[in-house]
Design a protein around this ligand. Sequence first.
Ligand code: ASP
Ligand code: MG
Length: 409
Amino acid sequence: MALIVQKYGGTSVGSPERIRNVARRVARWKSQGHDLVVVVSAMSGETNRLIALAREVQGEPDPRELDQMVSTGEQVTIGLLAMALKDIGVDARSYTGGQVRILTDNAYTKARILSIDEHNMRADLSAGRVVVVAGFQGIDAAGNVTTLGRGGSDTTGVALAAALRADECQIYTDVDGVYTTDPRIVPNARRLRTVTFEEMLEMASLGSKVLQIRSVEFAGKYRVKLRVLSSFQDEGEGTLITFEEDEHMEQAIISGIAFNRDEAKITVQGVPDRPGIAYQILGPVADANIDVDMIVQNAGVHGLTDFSFTVPRGDFARASRLIEEVRQHIGAREVIGDERIAKVSIVGVGMRSHCGIASKAFRALSEEGINIQMISTSEIKISVVLDEKYLELAVRVLHDAFELDREPV
Ligand code: ASP
Ligand code: MG
């Protein structure tokens, strides 16, 4: 008998029929003798609807009041799921985040979990009940309702699993696991049986939106056994997120190809090449709270150099204005912006012990005539920035080059 935390996303609870399906799945696990804590999201589309509603009333909704009302989406689904469970003879009790006492800081709309009170959940579990908890929400020390950021129910699930020292945290979603890349771009993309936390973090932060990134960080930190599964299939083992030092079923060098269309590039040309220049350019960007991702600068010729970096596309206009001011101040020649870029990354912990991965990737791209604009590497990742129009081709070419459609031996 195990203690299992299951989390069901918005599409999995998107209609009364689907909620009944979830109840049947929960009942099946329960009948096998397991203790179950079930976290649910709001019905699909509901959180968006609530946010839009708020904006109709106040252009920039007050964060406290926004959390107060946006959190109601999950309050609906916990009640419904508990009813669906009782309806098939499974005793259950639902809790909001505040009722559990999922204590967070008071950073409305992006609160962080500080502690979780196990008391109510333990009592129900000992009484043989299924515990149903609202995802995405908590309460601060003063009793205000807070939310954990979009996709935050994943983090609720993992945090509960950590607090309860659950045997496994199962994230049920509308895909049956984590894939080598987006199957809409590469039809023969393969489901990974396992992927390490570090790889998953890279993939999640790069836009493979299966899990909220914070939930992956949480699981890594507290060593929660985390599995991604489909709620629309009865069979299937999904993808298990593992630790690198664990025994692997798969020993792939490369696990996946991630990509991101949400960045834009800014280049300052003809920059006087002297100490402090990087700080002068990027300091104001950091002060404006704009995340800089890739940075490229080379030693200058004739005392001048070019300096390029990428920012989230949503911050492009703001960053460009700042950099234009900087340009005048430092006496650089020109600022060139490019919003039509994409970033493609090869991710794999096996890179640590294998060389030649980068050259293989660059060769594959060059054979298709794809120009690489920027390169950055870490121990387990190689990223390239290229013209957005080559994104899909680049992903396909790299997926092929590393034969990711094949099960590693
Ligand atoms: N309902 C929230 C959202 O749509 C939280 C979640 O689904 O994880 O972002
Ligand atoms: Mg989600």
